[in-house]
Design a protein around this ligand. Structure first.
Ligand code: 6PG
Length: 257
């Protein structure tokens, strides 16, 4: 698998490692291209990571004025609703920033799901400046992992998993069970780098199934395979507890496997 696995001591260290990845990835992209396009996930796991982004040293180290922020998926509720991914990010760090990002691109939520997906796709294609933009698109994508193997709002059995062309689709389901808009695997796979952040004992079984098997076909996260580049799995000891023993150097360090 084209992946590196880092096992951190605990959730706090894993979210710190995610914030460090964000700063490194953003700075590299800005040095190379003058700006960075980054997509964030929702759910509970990244909340502490997002809070770090609004605090020193990360808030200071990030080249915010050159950053375009996007969301991998969104629940179709108002941004003030507790289930809104963008709303959570706004409360967790965006409102605290002293320097405004170059672009903040939440998924539109105020209308019918397929229309919201279409509008988001148009915004993405405009941002990447070509209807058939070549890979890579995002410099950095942060994903989460559900205990059923979903990532973004690509749910098991969903038609969105087989989507051959669209960059964003409307999906119904998940926890909470809502209409959502999600980026598709074909877009996610065109990123330069993906970081999957999965911590806690509840994720241990699914992390094992995805990273060492026995593999079961149809796990949505397995549709995420970068065209170029590597995926970094940021785990903690609890979520990695079913993985085979790792050499000590791979524990809470930056080494891959
Ligand atoms: C969402 C997410 C989703 C999430 C996983 C893990 O909006 O629901 O983007 O893919 O990352 O469900 O969620 P937890 O971090 O809450 O376990």
């Amino acid at each position: 698998m084209n992946a590196d696995i880092v096992i951190c001591a605990d959730h706090d260290q894993a979210v710190r490692a995610a914030a460090e990845e964000m700063v490194l990835g953003a700075r590299d992209a800005v040095a190379r291209d003058g700006s960075a396009s980054i997509a964030l996930s929702g759910g509970a796991t990244p909340r502490a990571f997002h809070r770090l982004l609004g605090q020193s040293p990360f808030a200071v180290e990030m080249p915010w004025e050159q950053i375009h922020l996007f969301w991998v998926d969104e629940r179709l509720v108002s941004y003030d609703h507790p289930d809104s991914n963008f709303g959570a990010a706004r409360r967790d760090f965006i409102d605290a920033l002293h320097r405004r990002p170059a672009g903040i691109h939440p998924i539109p939520v105020g209308g019918k799901p397929p229309e919201m997906a279409q509008r988001y796709e148009q915004a993405l294609r405009r941002h990447f400046r070509s209807p058939g933009a070549p890979a890579p698109t995002f410099d950095l994508v942060f994903l989460g992992l559900g205990t059923d193997g979903h990532t973004a709002s690509l749910l098991p059995g969903s038609a969105a998993l087989k989507e051959p062309q669209r960059w964003a689709v409307a999906v119904k389901g998940g926890q909470p069970d809502l209409w959502r808009v999600s980026m598709t695997a074909i877009l996610l796979n065109r990123a330069r780098r993906i970081v999957v952040l999965a911590t806690g004992a509840a994720k241990a079984d699914i992390v094992q199934r995805v990273l060492v098997g026995p593999f079961s076909p149809g796990l949505p996260v397995q549709a995420v395979k970068l065209e170029t580049g590597r995926t970094l799995w940021l785990l903690d000891r609890a979520s990695a507890s079913n993985l085979p023993p790792t050499p000590p150097a791979a524990e809470s360090g930056r080494s891959g496997s």
